[in-house]
Write a new protein. Structure first.
Length: 292
């Protein structure tokens, strides 16, 4: 059992098309893959079942951007019905916010004499445009030295060309995921720039509005942090999820399946034991876990 329940395609800010992502997932030995593009489920409209290798199960998913106390917080939805109207209405609104934000970034770039962002974005296959695309544009133009540099200096909170978006609330995202029959998971809890008390508050508020899972293991997480997240998960009665947040083969630290196994104490709270899970991924009950 190797379940990577957080990965992106080029329908949001990943670089691979779904077929190549599915091939990579099989080659890397995954048993389960969830495609969780930012604010879009467009990948699932394009997938030919013949692309899914025997032994690999694909879960429909999404990663929704929300605002919580002015902090951008990501909620992953797993096992969703992509045709659900409530969910799609929310995702359309989020995609609209993304286009508006890109236009705002284009305005400030133009004021600095940097033209062509919107033309560049129009050449991309994405349904949900994001800051990663803008970072790539700045890189191609020689304005940023790296993606990190682009985020730090230009697109991050206090960046020169940053623009904000009024994402939906955590409650809106959780409600839409649940309306679509899915399980809501709080993504990469350790990546938010908030204090430990604020993180504890975030997790308990997420659980209070119907959130059911926490990403306990993901890329670049050391053993101490993994242990801390396991406590946070179990302490709030949540299910434990795992996912790489894969975007591109170029970033080998975040490759598919590249994360620590769940700690043994999470064994009976692993997300694949959730009663809603078989609906999206077949009847999977076997799980081998060990200490990371
Ligand atoms: P967005 O959803 O458009 O606001 O963009 C958020 C995405 O940008 C994340 O999902 C990452 O893929 C990427 N990202 C955020 N911060 C960084 C960073 N410091 N370096 C590289 N990529 C980043
Ligand atoms: Mn991303
Ligand atoms: Mn995220
Ligand atoms: Mn992600």
């Amino acid at each position: 059992m190797l379940a990577d329940l957080h990965a992106h395609t080029w329908f949001s800010d990943g670089t691979l098309p779904p077929q190549a992502l599915l091939e990579r997932a099989a080659a890397r030995g995954l048993t389960h893959l969830a495609i969780t593009d930012h604010d879009t489920t467009a990948a699932f409209e394009s997938i030919d079942p013949a692309w899914i290798a025997p032994g690999l199960q694909l879960l429909p998913g999404v990663e929704i951007s929300t605002l919580w106390e002015r902090q951008e917080v990501h909620i992953v939805g797993l096992g969703i019905d992509c045709d659900d109207l409530t969910l799609q209405t929310l995702l359309q609104a989020q995609q609209h916010l993304r286009r508006e934000r890109a236009a705002a970034m284009d305005m400030s770039l133009q004021k600095a004499g940097i033209c062509g962002l919107m033309d560049y974005l129009a050449t991309l296959p994405c349904t949900a445009v994001g800051r990663n695309h803008v970072a790539q544009f700045l890189l191609d133009r020689g304005i940023a030295r790296s993606k990190e540099h682009a985020f730090k200096n230009f697109l991050g909170d206090k960046g020169k060309y940053a623009a904000s978006a009024r994402w939906c609330s955590i409650e809106d995202a959780v409600n839409a995921i649940r309306a679509a029959g899915g399980i809501a998971i709080l993504a990469h809890p350790n990546r938010y720039r908030i204090s430990n008390p604020a993180l504890r508050r975030l997790v308990s508020e997420f659980a209070a509005v119907g959130g059911e899972g926490l990403e306990v293991s993901y890329s670049n997480l050391d053993a101490d942090r993994l242990d801390h997240l396991a406590s946070l998960c179990l302490g709030n009665g949540l299910w434990a999820s795992t996912g790489s947040d894969f975007h591109s083969p170029g970033n080998h630290w975040m490759d598919l399946g590249k994360f620590r196994l769940l700690p043994a104490r999470c064994a009976d709270r692993a997300i694949w034991l959730h009663s809603g899970w078989p609906r999206c991924a077949g009847d999977v009950k076997q799980v081998s876990l060990s200490d990371a």
